[in-house]
Design a protein. Structure first.
Length: 399
């Protein structure tokens, strides 16, 4: 009988080496990371971040001493409005690119102008309606109007010519102007003229820094508009350009060395947080009158001072990196709330206006118990989410 020796492989002892903590963390991170192939062309990370911005904005407008407001206000030189404008431009950039490829530039631009028309009439109805209401019932129009800004005909004329800019609803006028400017933006992008576009955008922003409000409308109800087009357009233009070149940016993002990049962005955010603590929270820095006047100008929100732009760059980069790296746990815990709100952020913005007016009419709510007002704010956010899920008045309210 012939004896067949066992194969050499069977005589080799396999030694199991446990994975290191670094390997385990890397695998877990890859499992948690966002995978674009699973979600199609729509980038849910952007929708998630838009949801964060719109929720933060609603919380800020529902003024009170709540736990939510303690998180969203006064900690850094950036707000939900900046992120909201940039991300809206970003989404418009890549959505319109797809539309241009499908129906052509002229037809796509016509749709943008039709949307600008819809937003113009929405803005007019809200602002004129609140203005006229302030004549007969001024207590019902706070915080937009404490009193009537003028006679009825002045209100209608100012609202129709973008010369009325009440808080809560004034950002709609900025979107109207941005959409009207969009055909020129896409014409330049379509011809590969990105550098001239950004140069024009930065030039307009710089003129506003040197000569504040020189290109802005003079509103009837305040000294100057809060969302000045000449400075806020820089966020919109860069958002549109980034969305238009989304695929190229995604490839560039993958090639970038993440550790030094995020360390640099983290240093920007940390510096802004510490500085804002002594400035916005304590009011102890800067101490000199001239120094403080200069610092207030550099951080002015209405003209988007340079400090705010740098802070936004660092903050958005960190937030996007965090959402990208920890997508699975974030989407499972907060995605069901934030993604629908982010995908319908304009709708949420419009429906939050009556909610805000009601909020200010409830006696004692603004100065009420922290637990109570936090609960009411959570209910308001939940109501917005419920209305989105039920598609309440979707055929009437712009989205």
């Amino acid at each position: 009988m012939t004896i067949i020796p066992p194969p050499v492989e069977s005589l080799v002892t396999v030694v199991y080496e446990p994975e290191s903590e670094t390997q385990i963390f890397t695998k877990r991170r890859n499992l948690w990371q966002y995978d674009p192939e699973l979600y199609g062309k729509r980038d849910l990370r952007i929708d998630f971040l838009r949801g964060v911005a719109i929720v933060s904005m609603v919380v800020n407008h529902l003024e009170c001493r709540s736990y939510f407001n303690n998180i969203t206000q006064g900690h850094i030189y950036a707000s939900s409005a900046e992120g909201f404008v940039f991300l809206s431009g970003f989404v418009l950039g890549f959505v319109t690119l797809q539309r241009i490829d499908k129906i052509g530039l002229n037809s796509a631009m016509q749709k943008l102008l039709e949307r600008a028309k819809i937003l113009y009439f929405t803005s007019f109805i809200l602002i004129a309606g609140l203005g006229l209401l302030s004549i007969v019932a001024p207590g019902m129009t706070k915080p937009s109007f404490d009193r009537a800004p003028g006679e009825w005909w002045q209100i209608l004329l100012a609202a129709s010519t973008l010369h009325l800019a009440p808080p809560i609803v004034d950002i709609l006028q900025l979107y109207v102007l941005c959409l009207v400017a969009s055909p020129g933006i896409f014409w330049l992008l379509r011809r590969g003229l990105l550098l001239p576009l950004l140069t024009a955008s930065w030039t307009l922003w710089w003129i506003q820094q040197v000569h504040p409000y020189s290109f802005s409308f003079e509103p009837l109800d305040r000294a100057h508009p809060y969302f000045v087009f000449s400075t806020w357009q820089i966020l919109y233009v860069h958002g549109v350009a980034a969305g238009y070149h989304k695929d190229k940016l995604a490839k560039t993002w993958k090639r970038l060395p993440k550790v030094p990049l995020l360390l640099g962005m983290g240093a920007i955010v940390a510096t802004a947080l510490v500085t804002a603590h002594f400035d916005l929270q304590l009011g102890t820095w800067p101490t000199g009158v001239q120094d403080r006047a200069l610092w207030l100008r550099l951080t002015d929100r209405s003209i988007n001072g340079p400090i705010r732009l740098v802070t936004l760059l660092g903050l958005f980069s960190l937030m996007f990196a965090a959402v990208d790296a920890f997508w699975l746990p974030l989407s499972k815990t907060l995605g069901n709330l934030l993604i629908p709100l982010g995908q319908n952020s304009l709708y949420v913005y419009i429906i939050h206006v009556p909610l805000t007016l009601i909020w200010f009419m409830i006696p004692g709510l603004i100065q009420g118990s922290t637990w109570l007002v936090s609960l009411v704010q959570a209910i308001a956010i939940g109501l917005c989410w419920f209305m989105v899920k039920k598609e309440f008045l979707f055929k009437i309210i712009p989205r």
